[in-house]
Design a protein around this ligand. Sequence first.
Ligand code: GAL
Length: 656
Amino acid sequence: MSGPELGVCYYPEHWDRAQWSEDARAMVDLGLSWVRIGEFSWALVESRRGQFDWEWLDTAVETLGAAGLRIMLCTPTAAPPRWLIADHPEVLPVGVDGRVRDFGSRRHYCLSSDVYLGHAKRIARHFAERYGQNPYVRAWQIDNEIGDHDTAISYSQAALFGFQVWLRRRYLEIDALNVAWGTVFWGQRYEDFSDIGLPIGTVAEPNPAHAFDFRCYSSERIALFLGTQAEIVRAHSPGRPVLHNFMAGSYDFDHHRSMGEVDETGFDSYPLGNLVHGSLPEHEKSRWLRTGSPDYQGFHCDLYRRDGYGSGGRLWILEQQPGPVNWARHNPSPADGAVRLWTWIAYAHGADAVLFFRWRQAPFGPEQFHTGLHRSDGTPDQAFGEISRIVDERQGIPATERSPAPVAMILDYPSRWAQAILPQGQGYCGEEITAAWYRAIRNLGIEVDVVGPSVDISSYELILVPDMLVDNVEFVDRMCRHDAHLVLGPRCGSLTPGMRTPEGGAPGSFRKLVNLTVERVESLPDGHEEYVELEGETFRAGGWREHVTTGDRVIGRFTGGFRPGSPAIVENDRVIYLTTLAGLSCLEKVLAKAAKRAGIASYPISEGLRVTYRGQLGFAFNFSNENVDIPERPGQRFLIGGCRLGPIDMAVWTQT
Ligand code: GAL
C-alpha cells in the first residue's frame, strides 16, 4: 500500500480532555497516521514567565501517540503569551501605517526583535528538551506560516536598528550607500547610518534602493528566525525532520532561502481561499470557484518540492482545506470530490503526506465558520467521507517517486519586491504572469520544477524565466556555460540588485544570451489589447510592451495601429525573448516551440484536465463539470478509474 500518508491538525487544548482518546481512536480508525499539535500553545504551557504546566501537553502527546499516531509537534512561537507582551511591549510588530499591531489575535511579534528571538529560542529549547526524544514525536514544525497577516515586514524600532546595522555591514561607508542608492536624487543624502529611517511614511514614494534593501534585510531576519529555532530542535531531537508550513501565494520573503533552513518542506494548501484572495481575473475565479484553479496544487508542490534543491527530503501539505474556510472575501464550498482531487494531485506532484486542517470545527473563536473533518457537534463533514475513500483507494497503489522534470521555471522573490517597489504600471503582476506561464506549459502536458535562480540547472533541458526583473550576473553566467534552451519574459534583467538601470539598459547581463536592447517600455491599461503575429497566426497580448532593437531573428511582430511590424518575439538558437505579456494561446505556441527545440515532447490537453506522473504511475484529474476522455496508452493498466473521467473525478494507472 502506498499513496499519501494522511494526518490532521488537532488542538487538544480546545476540547475537554475526556474527548482526546476518543478523537485519537477515531483518527486512527479513519486511516490517519499523523497529527500536528501545539503551534498556538505557548500561553497554556508557560502561563507566567518560567512557570510551566506540561501536564496537559504530556497527556495529549501520550494519548495521541499511544493510539498509534505519529506526532508533529510545533514550536509555539506564532502566538506569544500576554505576559511576554506586557513585559516586552517592544516585541510587537508595527504596520505599514506606522502603528503598533497589538496583542489579541496571533503573530503579534516583530521578526527583527532580538528580545523576541531570545524568547523564541528559550521556548523552542524547552519544547525540544522535553519532547525531543519522545517516541511519539516524529517531526517538528517551527512557528506557523511566517508572514501570514502581513507580518513578514514590520516597521518597529528593532527593525530600524537592525536595518541600520545591516546597512553598515553591507556598505561600510555612508558615502558608498549614498552612491549605491542614488541619494543625490531629490537630495536624500545621508551623513551617517544612524540617520537612515524605514521606508514608510514618506510624502511620495521612497527611494527604491532603500525600500528594496529593507525587503532584503527583512527576508534575512526570517531565515534567521527559522534557522535558529531549527538548530535548537535538531540538537535535541535527532532523526526527526524539522519543517515549516510555508504559506502558498506569499512572496514577501525569499522562500527559497528560508527553505534552506529546514530539513523537509511543507506548505498550507487552501485552493479556494487562495483563489478568491488571489490575482486571477474574475471570470477565472468564477470558473474554478468550487475546485480552485487546476494548477494551484501542482504549482505549489512543484515549488516546495525539494528536487530542485538537491537535498531530497519529503514534501508535506501541512494544512489542507477541508471545506469552506472563513477568511477570504467569499468562502464557497468545494465541489463534492474536490478534497479527494486535491489530496491525490498533491501526491501525484510529490507530496508524501497531507494533513487536513482541522479535525473538528471550533464552536468558539475567530475561525468558527472554518470547516473541519467534523462539524463542531462531532458529526462527520464532507472531507471525512472523501478521506475514507482515499484510504480505500490507496490500498492498490504501489510506492513510487517522481522523476526530475525536464523544465525549470524560475521564481525569483527579489524580483517580486522590485515589481512592487518600481511598478511602472499596475497591470504587471508577477504572480499572474508566472501562473500563466505555468498553465501554458502544463496545458502542453510538460512537467516542471519551480525553482530559485541559484538552483543547479545542469539537468534541465529548458528554462523558463517569466518575470526575473532583478539582473543576476551569476545566474546568467551559469546559463552561458550550460546548453539548456531558454524562454525569457519581458523586463528580464531590467534592474540591478541595487535597483538601478543596468549599464546599457535592459536586459542587463541577459544580453550575453540574447542580442537585444530595450529602448522604451510602456504599461497598458486592462482591457487594451495589443496583437502579435507569429508564424501566420495573430495572438492577443497586452499589459506591457517593450520597444527593442535586436540583431537576433524577429519571429513575432506587433500588428495594429501603433508601430506595426516592431519586434514582439525574438529568438536565436537557444533563447526566445518576449517583449510583451503574451496571452495564453501565444504562450502555449512559444513554449511548445521552445520545448520542441529542447527535445521535450508535448501532449496538449484541455485546461480542466491535468495529467502528471509519479514514477511509473500516471494520474489524470478532471476539474471540469463535463466528462473528459483521456487518451488510451499502450500498456496502461488502471488502478483507479478509467479512460472516461466524470466531473471532478480522477484516474490512476500504471504503464508497462
Ligand atoms: C492558516 C493558519 C491556520 C488557520 C488556517 C485557517 O493560514 O496557518 O492556523 O488559521 O489558516 O484556514
